[in-house]
Design a protein around this ligand. Sequence first.
Ligand code: PEP
Ligand code: MG
Length: 576
Amino acid sequence: MEERTGIAASPGVAIAEAFILDSQQFPVSHRKLHPSDVPAEKKRFLRAVKDAIAEVLLIQKTAAKQAAGEHLKVFDAHVSMLKDATLQSEILNEIEARCCTAEFAVSVAIKQQVRTFMANDFLKRLVHDLYDIQHTLLRQLQGSNSEGLSQLTENAIIVAQDLTPTQTVTLDKDKVVAFATDAGGRTSHTAIVARALGIPAVVGLGTITADIVPGDMLIVDGNTGTVIINPDEDVLDTYHAKVRNIKEHEARLARLCRLPAETRDGKRIRLYANIESPGEAAIAVERGAEGIGLYRTEFLFFEKGSPPTEEEHYEAYRQVVRTLGGRPVAIRTFDMGGDKLVPGEASTERNPFLGCRSIRLCFQHLDLFRTQIRAILRASTEGPISILFPMICNLREVRQAKSVVHEVMADLDNEGIRFSRNVELGIMVEVPGAATIIDLLAREVDFISIGTNDLVQYTLAVDRGNECVSNLFQPAHPAILRIIRDVIATGNRNRIRVAMCGEMSGDVVYAVLLLGLGLHEFSVSPAVLPKIKEIIRSVTSEHAQEVARTALSFDEPERTLEFLTDWTHHVLPEIT
Ligand code: PEP
Ligand code: MG
């Protein structure tokens, strides 16, 4: 028996034999063509592009039958990349200039794009997709359609150097019970897809493909990031019991979807979802969301690579509001800049997180801002909408944002376009300065939403995306807990709605503490909704307040975290 530790990429536990997936590296010929063969080679490439697009669309359709959701978006990205006129003409030019094979030209051009993508923090995460389309194109050019997975007849754990998103989605879910890879990280597309499909996964294992042989028995624990090779009987029994517990727990969580989010003493909590695109709204509702607490609209911009038109905004918002069927939707205005850059545009600022990002950028591009507000207001006739302004630092910004809304309302009135006048206006509390003057800001707005991802970053001076300082990114730091306590208390005193939509609100370990601090609205990723609901339903308000008091009495974040983890584990052992 041997144990390996990697990155826990997708939760769950699976036990089965290993199936080693060949990386299918295609030999790329450097053969020189006769110039007279160049036109035919170009045609061969264009035919391969067409077939590759058809193949991706077919895979997307098949995958949609297995599970609807955001992971299908990966295929839209692949189609766009395959259709990209610049990439195509680079490949055609390469064939022409070097008299080389289409395979060679594809490899050269993609390598070049990989270099460009690697130099841009936003595009870096799409490199995997570039390799995926290269793989699809080469397969088309070389006439092979076998992905190796068709050989599966029994349940198996796929072991691979790395899996492309296409491979991940084409896995036969009835046969593939988990996967383990040498490469990959928690935020890679493959990990995201695995989570969406509910396949346990451990990635970043280094040399797992070299350490096992086909047919080895494996345990993949996607909760802890552990892979056990050829476990002995005792370990196997323990893990079989774990699998049974997880199945029972999942069945219980599924039943919770229809129950209200209320504490044992009957206090109702608004349990909402964070979404990044209209497609996620249905998943949120399915998982029991009573509303959308944060719709990150900047993804509309990123997906398109340019500003959406008013109609594109409107269609997206209308779709979300209709899907929510009367439940409230908080639409956050563009929150771009920092690490959220428009594809292809590197930041020129020395310190983008402290630069012209978010609401500041909107004020510099008032036309974009007004277009978005117009579309949101127009969609407000479909259901209850509120507008959330990000990165607010001072009163002037709130007043300016509000006056833009009022001007746009006046325009719509003049044009005879209908909208609801009951649209609530709120701000994100993500900057310590805003938290400190929350009493002043609270007078200006209908609600506030605490964005802990940025609040922790700015309060503790820790870049939220830098793994070298990730140990210092501590939501349990006394400074953070005191800020949150005071913001919630001031909001409640001023009788405005106080929500939290940062990742902290979706972390099971903090749920009871936040309840105890008086938070009435949690907005979390749809995947964790049932777990947060289970915690809410398992305590009384009094008990939660007691937990919060104890949590705030520690002077070190580690001790607070240990206390909260122990508490959560004690009350709900299956959840942690
Ligand atoms: C936050 O900062 O907590 C937040 C929800 O916003 P984002 O993660 O989109 O910056
Ligand atoms: Mg933020």
